[in-house]
Write a protein of this length. Sequence first.
Length: 255
Amino acid sequence: MGNDFSTAQLAQISGFEVLEYESTQNLGSAGGITVDLTKLTGVNTLKVDTGTVTVASSNTLIVKALDGFTLKTGTVTGGAAYFDVQVANALAGGTNNTVNAVFANATSSGYTNAGFQIKGVENLNISVAGDESASGDVITLSNITGTALQSIKVTSTNTTANTVSDSLTVTDVESTIINNFDASAFTGALNISGLSDNYMTAGATIKGGTGADAINISGGSNTITGGAGVDTVSLTAGTTTFTGGTGADKITMSG
């Protein structure tokens, strides 16, 4: 992966919408890389999902992009803070920005994506493209760094008829003001049990998908819709309205 674009390269690029890097990208020894998509007219999608991307504390990947940026990714090792997505003007007051993340198909062993940083971005749309073929088809998103994040939406875009998508586990986010988590259009199993302390203090609206969802929430006045799967919901303190679906849901209450 090269460091930004030369003037000569920019002069040769036009009429494209996606910048793609193939195979493994090891930035752990690259001295840090900046990819500035704002210099490429019409290009606001970066695809790096065909091999492992390795980042490190002293070798951060910085991606500069416009609002509505799409990241197509797979396995990432290192840490969320070292994969830095910088959306133009996102840190300016009064803006409302969105980043889209599309996760590649997981095999039976699944994969882990260390995550990414999206400072100043309020909305994250996650799309899971793979078909569930075995119980190990789990995508683990370790962290999303950025304190402005308020809304996360998860959808399935797999195209095989009558097949649910790969499962998704979101381990952690930095934000503590999530007021909306909507997975109503997601068909895989969803585990967001690690986000119990990341919702807005006043409460949040959480919608599970048609798969088996694991949801934990602590405090606030919340509205949870479980969906059709066999859901496991843990509630600690606060006031929560829970609407289950057709599955045999399990609710644990404490506090």
